[in-house]
Ligand binder design. Structure first.
Ligand code: PAF
Length: 289
């Protein structure tokens, strides 16, 4: 039977008992409205750890003013059902008051290149909110392994950095993007798209595929690849580009030329919904030369 915990103290106790029994704890933090992308993280945790914990918390401090906090999809009963089906042992579903009681005033502030570009530029304060809530979750649940999806590539870099910088005793695992049949990266926000917008949304992935094909054909100039991607995205009339960035996948430093371990990341709005996606380039012929 899956256990559902809402109080921080109870979650801490649960984790202490697990560790006391010598078992490993895998933790998947989410904002709910679970989909197959989340479930791939749960399945990985199920394989690698004795106990799997999933949190559902729509973290208000990672949303900027005017962002979609109120529109963010929520269905906790469905989340509980899906989690139980996937063999989750415990769900942690704290309230906002539990996480940020009156007088709350401490935040974790990622700095430097890793938050200067991509979503760090278009959503100021976002990663401060993410780092803060993940740090709190790590302190509460004390997992051996914490799981993230590669779709939020910058988030994973920020969290890995935080775990290293603050000497947190957890392994960070990043799992591949899970896509719909037409290439759209799975996201809770996809449920906000109208049928017409849903038809336009794979434009992000198409532009990334184009980039991948260009690199495979020997084109390594970041400017040229970006321009091709822009042209491709403009073919989808209702896609409004937020950014197209070509950066080093580990440190997120902007690159002039695609090389080994390059991240090509895009963000675009379709109607009122903002979507992100990315691909990793492994080796190029140039980097092998
Ligand atoms: O990726 C998400 O869903 C959120 O940013 C996270 C990691 C659960 C923190 O609120």
């Amino acid at each position: 039977m899956m256990q559902v915990i809402t109080a921080i103290e109870e979650m801490r106790r649960y984790s202490r008992n697990i560790r006391g029994e010598g078992k490993t704890l895998g933790f998947v933090p989410t904002m709910g409205y679970l989909h197959d992308g989340h479930m791939s993280l749960v399945d990985a945790a199920r394989k690698e750890c004795d106990i799997v914990a999933v949190s559902v918390f729509v973290n208000p401090v990672q949303f900027g003013p005017g962002e979609d906090l109120d529109r963010y999809p929520r269905d906790i009963e469905r989340d509980r059902h899906i989690s139980e089906e996937h063999g989750v042992d415990v769900m942690f579903i704290p309230s906002e008051e539990e996480m940020y009681p009156d007088g709350y005033s401490t935040f974790v502030e990622p700095t430097g290149v890793i938050v200067r570009g991509l979503c760090g530029l278009s959503k100021p304060g976002h990663f401060r909110g993410v780092a803060t809530v993940v740090a709190k979750f790590l302190n509460i649940t004390k997992p051996h392994v914490i799981y993230f999806g590669q779709k939020d590539a910058q988030q994973s870099v920020v969290i890995k950095r935080m775990v290293e910088d603050l000497n947190m005793d957890t392994e960070v695992r990043v799992m591949p993007i899970v896509r719909e049949a037409d290439g759209l990266a799975m996201s809770s926000r996809n449920s906000c798209l109208s049928p017409e917008e849903r038809g336009q949304a794979p434009g992000l992935f198409r532009s990334l595929k184009r980039a991948e094909d260009l690199v495979a054909g020997g084109e390594y100039s970041a400017d040229k690849i970006r321009t091709e991607m822009e042209n491709m995205m403009r073919e989808t009339p209702d896609l409004r580009i937020d950014y197209i960035e070509i950066v080093d996948a580990h440190g997120l430093m902007p690159l002039d030329r695609v090389k080994e371990n390059t991240l090509i990341a895009v963000a675009a709005r379709v109607g009122r919904t903002r979507l992100i996606d990315n691909i990793r380039i492994g080796k190029t012929r140039e980097s092998e030369a």
